[in-house]
Design a protein around this ligand. Sequence first.
Ligand code: ZN
Length: 203
Amino acid sequence: MKIICIGRNYIDHAKELNNPIPEKPVLFLKPDTALLKKGAPFFLPEHSNNVHHEAELVIRINRLGKHIEERFAHKYYEEIGLGIDFTARDVQKSCKEKGLPWEIAKAFDGSAPLGKFIAIKDLGKVDNINFELKKNGSTVQFGNSSEMIFNFNQIISYVSKIFTLKIGDLIYTGTPAGVGPVVKGDKIQGFINGIEVLKCKVL
Ligand code: ZN
């Protein structure tokens, strides 16, 4: 199982970090040890003083595929979930400045909490999914899948040209604006179309 993440997929988030709007999806990977399931707590990593939450819709691949055409991509996932792409922003900044890879900023243990999935048939249209992240009861991020620069099918098609997609692979599809720091004791909740699907305590 691999975790593929898309960076800068919402214009307002790219702008808030002063990044250009990408012409192709920005990709990076996390190892399976990044995954946090079933409301497991997130332990802040020792190598950062500024870890940010990034709430993202997640698709789970349900069949093997390579070079998937965009028009067939919808057959490769049947449910959508919510995850957090925890990012050591201070470490990422230093990686960017030095032109180094992002793994130490993005792929550390527990950096990918994952909530429950909802079947697409219960969500309605995939291009109109609301999602929300609350920190200590207040909404900090709110997005809609219609705001993605690259939609789910475009992402699957592009990613499958580079990596063979296998059953169970996860794609974190990028975060809207509103990213911000988490500190010890924070309570994080994630919602899809108003339904609570993710809970995570920061320790
Ligand atoms: Zn992200």
